[in-house]
Write a protein that binds this ligand. Structure first.
Ligand code: FMN
Length: 363
């Protein structure tokens, strides 16, 4: 199973509907060196229905399009009907994915009410059935869960439930369903949940508000000030100065709030979502920061990739470049002339146009 072969720490691109399409995932892998990649979520019921109908034109197939570079690549599904999970797991297996992830965290109120996404947190009985049905249809692919710390409130019984499900991995966003995306992700609770879930041998990936990764391998000279715990005073326990030992490793995250959290020995990795938009380099473990020129060149490559992968109908009337624009503007922030460049890019209608705009800017 690929989860066991990944080296610590695991850094993955968090799934984002409408954002982490195949071109964005290509960039996250090529330039961010992401260890794992999830597709945007797709409806288990929808996938089953469309597959039965044999409708090759449906958008769902575009959502499930992936390139070899993305491996290991995990398809994420949502819903509440175990039978649909069973049937869609069989389809995902046939499509050649490396793993299947069940969404138990989507805060869409409609979906939650119907018992899907975060709605599964309040119905452990059905959550169990969904996991078992997915496993049954998976052809042996690893079945993981991505969820939140609780429904209305943080919920330790939910963490204990997950710990008992024999899952290879649980990824957890440090907000409740009720919080949606408000407030801050609670990493103290994620550390507690991680402790419980890892006890039974399940790997744990923390998620929410990460803006930086601190990872240092080999003999560690420097220590303490760059990474302190959320309490702020303890600092990270000093590793041994031994390059052959994994003890000589810093693994910590910086959050949007400015807090820095030591994760070494406490979590197996993290998922990063919003901050990776226009910044795939954030997923890297070596702290690499691209030059502005490189960033813009990768943006152009991303635009061509978008055209190649999503625009097989390029030239036809229904092809639309505009979903690419949100990526373009996220690459272009915080440097001299960025506002003017953004203004030009938001009206671009093709990768060639993006290329011309960037060439004129760089010259
Ligand atoms: C636009 C958007 C779409 C999302 N779609 C999904 C999804 O399809 N599946 C999922 O599990 N989480 C989804 N999420 C949640 C993210 O994967 C992640 O858990 C959340 O954004 C917190 O991480 P971050 O602070 O690093 O972005 C989405 C988030 C955003 C902002």
């Amino acid at each position: 199973m690929f989860w066991d072969k990944l080296t610590f720490p695991i850094i993955g691109l968090s799934p984002m509907d409408g954002v982490t399409d195949a071109p964005a995932r290509f960039v996250a892998k090529k330039y961010g060196q992401a260890d794992i990649i999830y597709t945007e979520f797709v409806s288990a019921e929808g996938l089953w229905r469309i597959h039965k109908r044999g409708d090759a034109e449906e958008k769902i197939w575009k959502d499930l399009k992936y390139g070899e570079i993305e491996r290991p690549v995990i398809a994420q599904i949502f819903g509440s009907d175990p039978e649909a999970f069973y049937e869609s797991a069989k389809i995902i297996y046939q499509l050649g994915f490396d793993g299947i992830d069940i969404n138990m965290g989507c805060p869409s109120p409609g979906l939650e009410k119907r018992g899907g996404g975060a709605g599964l947190i309040r119905d452990k009985c059905n959550a169990k059935e969904v996991i078992e049905a997915t496993r049954k249809g998976s052809g042996g692919l690893p079945v993981s869960v991505k969820t939140r710390i609780g429904s209305a409130e943080p919920d330790e019984s939910w963490w204990r439930f997950l710990a008992e499900q024999n899952l290879p991995v649980v990824a957890m966003h440090g907000r409740t369903f009720k919080q949606l995306y408000k407030g801050e992700a609670d990493w103290d609770l994620l550390l507690k949940a991680g402790e419980i879930i890892r006890e039974g041998g399940t790997k744990f990936l923390g998620n929410g508000d990460i803006s930086q990764i601190y990872c240092q391998f080999g003999p560690v000279q420097f220590f303490g000030s760059a990474a302190s715990t959320s309490q702020g005073s303890e600092g990270i326990p000093a590793p041994k100065l031994d390059s052959s030992s994994t003890d000589s490793l810093i693994f910590a995250v910086g959050l949007k709030s400015g807090k820095k959290i030591d994760l070494f020995g406490k979590m197996d990795g993290v998922l990063i979502g919003r901050e990776a938009l226009g910044n795939p380099w954030i997923l890297r473990k070596d702290g690499y920061v691209p030059t502005l020129k490189e960033k813009l060149q990768v943006m152009v490559e991303h635009a061509y990739k978008y055209q190649e992968l999503m625009g097989n109908d390029y030239g036809k009337e229904d092809y639309q470049f505009f979903p690419m624009r949100k990526h373009l503007v996220s690459y272009v922030k915080g440097f001299e002339g960025s506002a003017g460049l953004r203004k030009q890019l938001v009206t671009a209608t093709s990768a060639e146009e993006v290329d011309d705009i960037v060439s004129a800017f760089i010259l």
